[in-house]
Design a protein around this ligand. Structure first.
Ligand code: ACM
Length: 529
């Protein structure tokens, strides 16, 4: 991509900001004349590929109209969400019209390009904001959705308010051309250790969509609970969902609930990745059906936090019937391309039996038309270019996956695990002594973590939130925000455009937005809020 003029007003925002911060002679006058520049530079997360700032504002008013040339149902849903948010906080009607004929000013136009754009690709977009109008283009509806998230972030934070706010609604004039680095930018929510209601999951999806995340991996089963209705094995939920860590009442998603989550996520261009963890982490299933145990005796339900003690009985054919039924039902409910089989910490299973099991399960997933994802332990099995290995713990496993041409999702525990405590004075989070502050969760790059890994080997990045010690959405928000924003930026923006000093200021500018959104965020002392 050809770069643009490096003057202060026409530069990458990172460079410009650096120059402003250094108060260089050539830029300081412009900076004084342009109070919006610094404000703007502190607003966007993830930082866009290219941004060119100008010196004016577009004012959103009661007369502003939204124009689209081709209002498909997907685009209509994105526009509806945007307009609903704007109406709530600005009180403006924001009429939506479908026409090619634009007025001379006072509009926001959204145009789906008629032919693919090699630069914008599947998820990119371009925004031009002048004093007269906001003009947006993308090659896909996904790109248009992301452009609207950027527009939200460019507006005053009060745009997130649930009630009408009396104020000016100025948007700085600029050009943004933006494309993501990775197309898989994800979060994982463990709804097994503690159950999260449909509304709580929707809330997590809302937070993810503002920062352009693409996939929500739901860890649906574990020792402490089975959270998804399986019609052919009903005791998985009638028994296996009846508790959670600490002995609470647990819960599960009916198949209808699960579809509701999928639809809600889909309307925000987030794909649900279901995980059924096996052969370990299966005590809830073993407590529900005696026949899945080698000794034929059902296990007790488990509400503690140990790991690695449970496993399906790999010597029984009924285990494979069970797994096949579960994969078939969950795959049929899931429109996304991925099916996560877990595969982690099966510590009581003999290595050769583990490999045999993963190989069989891989074929089952494939026969349901899905692509298998597994935690990095699965790299010892027969994985290849069709499979995806989620690197969380062992570099040797990630290396094996690389050697076998499997794609990698990066979730290194010490950089991405949102259940880790922020610091030693905070009690919320994992009980073990690994800490992850907001800076450490931002200041890393996947290319630096694994010998020989190339951009092309990486599907993306995912931040898991395990919930042994996180019991509801408010606590989940505290663990995720702000660290999840750093993960979103690593996954979207180029490494050369990222640096902590600039990022922490942009993060600080999110505070007001968090407050309008009523987010329970962690007030890191590392960030100049
Ligand atoms: C894991 O943290 N057991 C994947």
């Amino acid at each position: 991509m050809k770069k643009f003029s490096p003057s202060c007003q026409r530069s990458y925002i990172g460079i410009c900001l650096l120059l402003l911060l250094l108060l260089s002679a050539s830029c300081s006058k412009d900076a004084a004349d342009m109070p919006d520049v610094e404000t703007l530079a502190h607003k966007l997360i993830p930082i866009p590929f290219f941004i060119e700032l100008e010196e004016d504002v577009f004012e959103l008013t009661a007369e502003t109209t939204i124009y689209t040339t081709n209002l498909s149902s997907a685009l209509s849903s994105s526009v509806d969400q945007f307009v609903a948010q704007m109406r709530r906080s600005t009180g403006f009607g924001l009429e939506v019209r479908t026409t090619d004929v634009l007025p001379t000013s006072g509009y926001i136009s959204l145009e789906l390009l008629r032919s693919p754009s090699s630069f914008l690709g599947e998820q990119g977009y371009e925004i031009r904001i002048t004093k007269r109008a906001v003009t947006i283009e993308a090659a896909t509806e996904v790109g248009l959705f992301y452009s609207l998230q950027t527009l939200r972030q460019l507006m005053p934070a009060a745009v997130e308010a649930a009630t009408v706010q009396q104020q000016l609604w100025n948007i700085p004039t600029l050009v943004i051309r933006d494309v993501p680095r990775f197309t898989y930018r994800a979060a994982m929510l463990d709804v097994a250790r503690h159950f999260f209601s449909v509304d709580e999951v929707k809330r997590y999806i809302d937070l993810m969509s503002l920062y352009k995340l693409t996939h929500l991996h739901l860890h649906l089963t574990d020792d402490q609970g089975w959270r998804i209705e399986i019609k052919s094995w009903p005791k998985l939920t009638s028994i296996g969902a009846s508790t959670e860590v600490g002995g609470g009442p647990g819960g599960f998603y009916t198949q209808e609930d699960y579809r509701e989550i999928i639809d809600y996520a889909q309307a925000r261009y987030i794909t649900i990745v279901p995980e059924i963890d096996m052969p370990g982490h299966t005590n809830a299933a073993l407590a529900s059906y005696a026949e899945l145990n080698c000794d034929g005796i059902a296990k007790e339900l488990y509400t503690g936090t140990d790991v690695g003690f449970s496993a399906l009985c790999l010597d029984k054919e009924i285990t494979y019937d069970f797994v096949e039924d579960v994969i078939r039902e969950v795959a049929a409910l899931t429109p996304g391309p991925y099916f996560h089989i877990g595969g982690d910490e099966a510590e009581t299973v003999l290595p050769f039996k583990y490999v045999e099991f993963i190989n069989r399960v891989k074929e089952m997933v494939k026969s349901q038309g899905k692509q298998m994802i597994g935690w990095d332990e699965v790299a010892v099995a027969n994985v290849g270019s069709e499979e995806i290995v989620q690197y969380w713990l062992r570099e040797s496993n990630a290396q094996k996956a690389l050697d076998k041409s499997a794609k990698l999702i990066f979730s290194p525990m010490e950089k991405t695990y949102l259940n880790l405590r922020y610091n030693s004075t905070i009690t919320l989070g994992a009980s073990f002594n690994l800490l992850l502050n907001t800076q450490r969760a931002y200041e890393w790059d996947p290319l630096d973590l694994l010998d020989g890994v190339l951009e092309g080997n990486i599907l993306g990045i995912e931040a898991p939130l395990w919930t042994e010690n996180v019991s509801d959405i408010k606590e989940a928000e505290y663990m995720a925000i702000p660290r999840l924003l750093g993960i979103a930026e690593i996954a979207w923006s180029r490494e050369r455009d990222r640096n902590w000093e600039a990022y922490k200021r942009r993060l600080a500018a999110q505070k007001e937005r968090f407050e309008f959104l009523n987010i329970n965020y962690h007030l890191s002392t590392l960030v100049p809020w």
